[in-house]
Every structure is written in structure tokens, then in C-alpha cells.
Write a protein that binds this ligand. Structure first.
Ligand SMILES: Nc1ncnc2c1ncn2[C@@H]1O[C@H](COP(=O)(O)OP(=O)(O)OP(=O)(O)O)[C@@H](O)[C@H]1O
Ligand SMILES: [Mg+2]
Length: 312
């Protein structure tokens, strides 16, 4: 099954630069400590950013969703993107992942202008990214083991014995080695998400993109998944972009946060800056307030113009 077919099945797009990378980084994962004992790696911001968006614009047909986004992810960082429903967060991830091309501005990943890459170069770049898509589910007809093995079998020529060991290491890293033989229907929601994390990092990506990794999780699973995202990032020496609505969990694990509204970045900052912010948008998010600048309604003509009898 080729790249497109794999994506169609579930969007498992974690791929690898080469087999040696996988072996090297997996050696790091073998040393992954328990999730409550490892201080976070200090991100390096002295080098050029791994991801750099400049004045990025994007429209679905006539509908302009992004109107000039500037965003950077430095190597080693975990960065969150937050914003109201429909503001374009998933669209941003799809631009970084090269699934869609910006209609204006530039999207650079690891020094490559993603919008200008040909198919082969884009394919090679995507092999260095891992993704967990919004609502991304496991392949229901495959065991936990086979789900995690899928990208390794798909995108490497590693022998079965090595794939076996790598899968067990990834499952060990998310605490689910003992569940390798289970089917997805036998997992809790939190376990399934952890398997999806293991699958997203199966090929030791340089960049991991998560779209709503906490959706639908109970508070304990949510905390575990959040810590895992941080630990996996640091153990692999990767960088992470995470779209989420969960402000409180995110502020514990991320290095930087961008808030998107009306197609633009309206606020940004470190977790401490976000907590201290008096920006109305940030305040509404952090305090989960109904009233504020985040609109409740999807854009629509005035109600009165749609009512029969014009609302009389
Ligand atoms: N394939 C598409 N074709 C046309 N419009 C789209 C498409 N995908 C998304 N949109 C629109 O673009 C806007 C941004 O969508 P996007 O999925 O990026 O939002 P989001 O911020 O991820 O929302 P949510 O938090 O609900 O997941 C929405 O108004 C949506 O209706
Ligand atoms: Mg979305």
C-alpha cells in the first residue's frame, strides 16, 4: 500500500528519514524514564526554527480561513495552537504537513519551503513527520501491535524481528507493551489514544503534529497523554505542534502557545505569560468564559434576512 492509500486508511503519516535514524532514536526511547521523573529538555532557540510560517494565507474556495499567520517552532519545543472551533487550527497543521498549500506567504519546515516542493521532496519531508489527526482512530481490524507496526512495515525495509522490537519499545514508552495483543475494541479511550501516540512516533519523526490529542479523555488519561507528549518529544529530540482546546493541561507541558482568531495570531506567549495575560481572548480561553471575543456563531447572514416575513 502506498502513501496515499496509507493516508486514506487513517492518516498514519509518520515516516522515517532512514532506518539508521530509527535505530538511533529508538535507543533513546529505550531509556525513556517514567513520566513523572524526567525534567523537560530545555528547547534550543539559537538555531533557525524547525517550522517557520510567514504571513501565511489560506482559503477554501472563496472562504478565506487564514489571513496572515506568523508562527515559529524551535527545535525541541512543544508548541500549542489554540483558538475557537472553526478558526483554522487543523488547516494550519495541514499546511505544515504539506497536505494543502498556502495561497499566500511561506511555510518552511526544516529549511524547506513546503509550498514549493515537488511530490518526491514533499514525500521525503513527510517521512520525517508524525501525525495524530483529529478524531484519528486506530485501524479497528488490526491488533495494537499491528497498528504501531503499520508505518514501520509501510515505510521501511526493516526485517520483521527488528520491527517487532521497535514496536515493543514504542508500546513500552506509552506503558502499553502488555496490551500488544489486544484489538482496539478491547481498549479504553485513553489506552487507544496512547497507542495512537506510539503509532505517530513509530518512525522517530523530527516533527510530530497532534490535532486534539486530549479530545474525549477523562482527567487522568488526559494528564497521562499530556505527559507522554512531552516525554516522547524530549526523548526523541523532536519538536511538537499540538492543536488543543485544553488550556490547563497544555500550559503544564508546552513551551509556547499561539492563539488563533479570525485567521490571525491574536496572542502568543510562554505558559507563564499566558497565565498572566490580560488579553481578552486569552482571558476568555483560560477561564472558559462564554462571553468574550471568541464567536459562538459560524459566520452567517443576519437572521432577520432569512426569516420568512423578515422576522415580523
Ligand atoms: N475541506 C474543506 N473545505 C471547505 N471548508 C473547509 C474545509 N475544511 C475546513 N473548512 C472550513 O475552514 C474553517 C477552518 O476549519 P478547521 O478545520 O481548520 O478549523 P478548526 O480550528 O480545526 O476547528 P475545530 O476546533 O472545530 O476542529 C472552518 O470554517 C471550516 O468550515
Ligand atoms: Mg480542527
Amino acid at each position: 500500500m502506498g502513501w496515499r492509500a496509507a493516508k486514506a486508511r487513517d492518516g498514519v503519516v509518520a515516516m522515517q528519514q532512514n532506518c539508521d535514524d530509527t535505530r538511533r532514536a529508538s535507543a533513546k526511547l529505550r531509556c525513556l524514564p517514567s513520566i513523572d521523573s524526567n525534567p523537560p529538555v530545555t528547547p534550543s532557540s539559537s538555531q533557525a526554527p524547525l517550522v517557520c510560517l510567514r504571513d501565511v494565507r489560506f482559503a477554501y474556495g472563496e472562504r478565506e480561513v487564514l489571513r496572515g499567520i506568523d508562527l515559529e517552532v524551535h527545535r525541541g519545543q512543544v508548541v500549542a495552537i489554540m483558538g475557537g472551533s472553526g478558526c483554522g487550527k487543523t488547516t494550519l497543521l495541514r499546511l505544515i504537513g504539506g497536505q494543502i498549500r498556502a495561497t499566500g506567504g511561506s511555510v518552511d519546515v526544516a529549511g524547506h519551503d513546503v509550498g514549493a516542493l515537488g511530490n518526491d521532496a514533499l514525500y521525503a519531508l513527510r517521512r520525517r513527520m508524525g501525525m495524530l489527526f483529529q478524531f484519528g482512530a486506530l485501524f479497528t481490524d488490526m491488533s495494537v501491535f499491528d497498528n504501531v507496526a503499520f508505518p514501520l512495515r509501510e515505510h521501511t525495509a526493516l526485517p520483521a524481528a527488528q520491527i517487532h522490537d521497535l514496536v515493543l519499545m514504542k508500546l513500552q514508552a506509552v506503558g502499553l507493551r502488555g496490551a500488544a495483543g489486544l484489538m482496539p475494541s478491547e481498549l479504553s479511550g485513553g489506552m487507544a489514544r496512547r497507542v495512537a501516540l506510539a503509532r505517530a512516533v513509530a518512525l522517530d519523526p523530527m516533527l510530530v503534529l497532534y490535532d486534539e490529542p486530549f479530545a474525549g479523555l477523562d482527567p487522568i488519561s488526559l494528564g497521562i497523554v499530556g505527559q507522554l507528549i512531552r516525554r516522547l518529544n524530549d526523548a526523541l529530540g523532536a519538536s511538537t505542534v499540538m492543536v488543543t482546546h485544553d488550556v490547563h493541561e497544555s500550559l503544564h507541558i508546552v513551551d509556547y502557545v499561539y492563539f488563533v482568531s479570525d485567521g490571525r495570531i491574536v496572542a502568543r506567549g510562554t505558559p507563564d505569560e499566558i497565565r498572566a495575560s490580560e488579553h481578552p481572548f486569552v482571558h476568555q480561553f483560560v477561564n472558559a468564559e462564554v462571553d468574550g471575543p471568541v464567536p459562538f456563531h459560524y459566520p452567517a447572514p443576519a437572521m432577520s434576512s432569512l426569516l420568512e416575513g423578515n422576522g415580523r
